[in-house]
Design a protein around this ligand. Sequence first.
Ligand code: ATP
Length: 383
Amino acid sequence: MSVSIQIKDVVKRFGDLTVIPDLSIDVQDGEFFTLLGPSGCGKTTLLRMIAGFNSIEGGTISFNGQVINDMDPGKRNIGMVFQNYAIFPNMSVRKNVEFGLRYKKEKPSKEEAAKLTDEYLKLVHVDQYADRMPDRLSGGQQQRVALARALVIHPQVLLMDEPLSNLDAKLRVEMRTVIREIQRKVGITTIYVTHDQEEAMVISDRIAVMKDGVINHCGKSKSIYQRPANLFVASFIGKTNILGAQLVVDDGACWIKTKDGYRCRIDSVRDEEVADRPITISVRPEEFRIHRAEDTDEGMLGTVHSSVFLGLNTNYFVDLDSGETVQITLESEVNEIIPDGTKVRLTLNTSKVNVFDPTTFLSLMQGVENSVETPQTDADREV
Ligand code: ATP
């Protein structure tokens, strides 16, 4: 049986250092919830608080509404998987998986333990290596063993701390699907820690983007990518271009006016934010359109600085006449790549552009919940 998890106004301090000032999250029963953020933002610290390995300096952590702040880690019934596998090198695969069962409160009989072990070895597809020693397994296979060992005890929560970061790129991609499928099958409430945004997007029901111990945006990957709550989230999730601009109200409509005077209409700014004002816009590389300058008068004027052919796509780096530089991703054409030095005009797919307040860096877009609890600084833009 898995549980819902309530984290309310939680504070973590190490001596004088406050790592988590005041954090609240609700994780639903059976949800795959990911903590995503740059190194040092407090992901592992929070996971260890849930596991009971770190003290809690304020607030409460509850399972199904029952506060567990003071509960012994061993009584929390949690399965854990770490990046370094942490499987015992001197035990066979089977013995590793069986190990956790020995310490269960209601210890299963020998036959039951063997049956359960077989079941979980099969679930993670390592049953054919049951009698091997771990040093004869690949990293991916060892991580499957670690997962089976965590799940065999039927924990009510599964905590995973960067479980794929020691694997090579190809295996990481394969294993994230394996983890997701197994989690769905077992239906266990899972909190997963990573700093890899693509991994988080593939694997999670919901993601909390953290910075300096603060949740900057919590939501589904689509909303985080398409309508980020602030400029830090926009820059941390995927690539984006940040440009200075003005919001202009004219003719009963709302327009973005870029530094060199190009205007494009935008309908999705929150009504209460629509006014003539300076703004910062975030434009994903795939949301620009490139036109030859001689073909049109519309768009931001610039010069192709360089390009990189990546197969499916080509990346262009364009120096705008405004002094800003942008990266653009276009699907590669059979025809030639636009040569360096070409004068171009860029237009925007405004339905995908995001508008932010240039001082608070908060989103001004409709439908965005601003879950930012502390003021942002200029440094936040340098991700
Ligand atoms: P990474 O992705 O690099 O693992 P993280 O987001 O998991 O980073 P944490 O390991 O939670 O970050 O660390 C958050 C902050 O708390 C860091 O500044 C770290 O130095 C500090 N910290 C963690 N554990 C301790 C400790 N036992 N004593 C003092 N400071 C600590």
